[in-house]
Design a protein around this ligand. Structure first.
Ligand SMILES: NC(=O)C1=CN([C@@H]2O[C@H](COP(=O)(O)OP(=O)(O)OC[C@H]3O[C@@H](n4cnc5c(N)ncnc54)[C@H](OP(=O)(O)O)[C@@H]3O)[C@@H](O)[C@H]2O)C=CC1
Ligand SMILES: CC[C@](O)(C(C)=O)C(=O)O
Length: 330
């Protein structure tokens, strides 16, 4: 497996090229600002009247309708939500593709599941940061970076990988390490990670712990600090030095509880369910469900969002975070 760092990427490959960033949300604003700070020429493609249009202008970018941005740019990075991309592709991107251009993604969903099929004469690549967009920006500003995956789906120019690596360097990814992979591998592992561990698994674990303590009669504020707030402090230690550094910092009592009780929580049944979820991703069943859910106007997503917003952990957490002035208010 190949991992690329700063010395493996040449920013000058992009210096005379215009980069269009479509979307100015979580990833979009971070890529646009980091690339500009790296000395590259960036324009932003957005629909007029949307909330991020003025934000991108206020940050000093030239903001154009998506089809105009695509017609002006040699490099087009698609950073609108995955479910929006196929329509935006048909309306604004495809008519403005021509030989020599490079179409880029930060996640492989639409290419891997065949929702977007670009013409053969353009490069199609991916630079997928392994972290939320706001941290892609925050880490870059402090001189660090978020690791990325890079993949080439089509190499029409012979320069696709080199140009994608230059882009990864421009957003700070090669400071931390950029792994070469495929659209399939990125898509499947990314969906698996967010469903089973990073978002789905962690949220379910936090809520189960919180509910168990509250149902046993402990104060919800205490349950929040124990099962949610402290998680970040523990994960920071794992991020910095692995599980061993976290275990070095916690008490021996905590470490003994971790080693003996942890496997009772995440046991063989959990792993069996993870395997089933991975199979749904690999077979395309999850992708079909998500595509149809969007076509139907998101009835399940809307109901679940309402239900989750009403969970007691949200009210308690908001109240406690209000007392922590160092946390950014949403
Ligand atoms: N979120 C993350 O941290 C990560 C995301 N990715 C990938 O990056 C890509 C972008 O995701 P993310 O940054 O979360 O996206 P966001 O949801 O943050 O994107 C919002 C942006 O998309 C624009 N947009 C939304 N709907 C439309 C529309 N109908 N037409 C035109 N523009 C629209 C919004 O404009 P407006 O203001 O007008 O609504 C806004 O600028 C996805 O492929 C995702 O999988 C990869 C790694 C991590
Ligand atoms: C963990 C969620 C993520 O995969 C990410 C930030 O990397 C996403 O798609 O938002």
């Amino acid at each position: 497996m190949k991992i690329y760092y700063d010395q493996d990427a040449d920013l000058s490959l992009l210096k005379d090229q215009t980069i269009a960033i479509l979307g100015y949300g979580s990833q979009g604003h971070a890529h646009a600002l980091n690339l500009r700070d790296s000395g590259l020429k960036v324009i932003v493609g957005l629909r007029a009247g949307g909330p991020s249009y003025e934000r991108a202008q206020a940050d000093g970018f030239e903001v154009l309708a998506p089809h105009l941005a695509c017609s002006r740019a040699e490099i087009i990075m698609v950073l609108v939500p995955d479910q929006i991309q196929p329509q935006l592709y048909r309306e604004a991107i495809e008519p403005n593709l021509s030989p020599g251009k490079m179409l880029m993604f930060a996640h492989g969903f639409n290419i891997h599941y065949g929702q977007i099929v670009p013409p053969k004469e353009v490069d199609v690549t991916m630079v997928a940061p392994k972290g939320p967009g706001h941290l892609v920006r925050r880490e870059f500003e402090r001189g660090a970076g978020v690791p990325c995956l890079v993949a080439v789906h089509q190499d029409a120019t012979g320069q696709a990988l080199a140009r994608a690596l230059a882009y990864a360097k421009g957003i700070g990814g090669t400071r931390a390490g950029v792994i070469e992979t495929t659209f399939r591998e990125e898509t499947e592992t990314d969906l698996f990670g967010e469903q089973c561990v990073l978002c789905g698994g962690v949220s379910a674990l936090i809520k189960a712990g919180f509910e168990t303590l509250v149902e046993a009669g402990y104060p919800p504020e205490l349950a929040y600090f124990e099962c949610c707030h402290e998680l970040k402090l523990i994960v920071d230690l794992i991020y910095e030095g692995g599980l061993s550094f976290m275990r070095y910092s916690i008490s021996d009592t905590a470490e003994y509880g971790d080693l003996t009780r942890g496997p009772r929580i995440i046991d063989q049944r959990v792993k069996e369910e993870m395997k089933r979820i991975l199979e749904e991703i690999q077979s395309g069943r999850f992708a079909r469900e998500w595509i149809l859910e969007n076509q139907a106007g998101r009835p399940v997503m809307n109901a679940l969002r309402r239900q989750e917003a009403a969970h007691p952990i949200e009210e308690v957490g908001a109240r406690l975070r209000e007392m922590m002035p160092w946390l950014k208010k949403k």
